[in-house]
Design a protein around this ligand. Sequence first.
Ligand code: SF4
Length: 337
Amino acid sequence: MITPKELKETLSGISIGASTCNYSIETCEKLTPIINQINALKKQKNTVILAHSYVSPDIIYGVADHVGDSFELSKAAQSTNASTIIFAAVKFMAETAKILNPEKRVYTPSPINGCSLADAITADDVIALRKQYPDHAFICYINTSAEVKALCDCCVTSSNVYDIVDHYPNQNIYFLPDELMGKNIEAYLASKNSNKNFKYYSGTCYVHEEYDPDMIEFLRLNHPDAAIVAHPECKPSIIEKSTFVGSTSQMVNYVKTTDHPQYVLLTECGLTARLQMEAPEKQFIGSCTMCKYMKSNSLGNILNVLESPQPELEIHLNSSTISKAKASLMAMFKYAS
Ligand code: SF4
């Protein structure tokens, strides 16, 4: 059992973010009974809670059993013994957990189930593209629906995308759905004099797309020693100006193992909140950019799933989609290892 005072102390290091990420004692008094109820119920109901780094800190530090990026959470989903998984993130991640655990019940707590990248491409789009480019291997970012994954040869995450594309056996590769990441991969392949014939789709993440190179110039002018740490879903003009580029887990590792006077994290601001908690000696500057889909998860809707799960929040996939999408995920585990 946690008390409001303990919760307030736990979350006291967070200063970047809107009211969602600021914790007064009054807020903690409201949240604590929900956190204690969730933690008691998840044990009774043999349930594991997986949370992406972008969800609210009260979920991450109050009730989550595993916190991480898509790749880390896919691995956690693969190894859990719990009979039920609640995936506090977005729908495509909960689908990934279901693909890896078809016998388990998987729930996404938020009824708002979007992602601007995953929503950018449908299974029909992939079928048409495969007809257009029959000699290409299709590599999909994990931010895709299960049906799209089922039509692709290999899935990737931001942790392993550069390596997998670089080492994938086919010379002709079609990457989807992220155009900005596609441009960044193209630049990476060019820097290695790769002879891959590389094409990509036109989706974008509305959160990472917002970052503007002028903002980086401004930050560099005012904080010349700050490390600019960017996610590969940002524009190439941002990536070029960054000190380090990596997935959220790689960004966490970079901040924890380097010693810059300040850090600017160019990704959803949940990650800055997380690092303010886990690396309190580091200084963070910059703006807060929130993902409305990730932040639609709440302690309240997690409790609802535990108490009386609404059928529409459970992930259902047909067996053919599961087996084909699993092959795409297994190819990722194979090439990433
Ligand atoms: S941050 Fe972007 S890619 Fe991630 S869930 Fe939100 S919209 Fe999708």
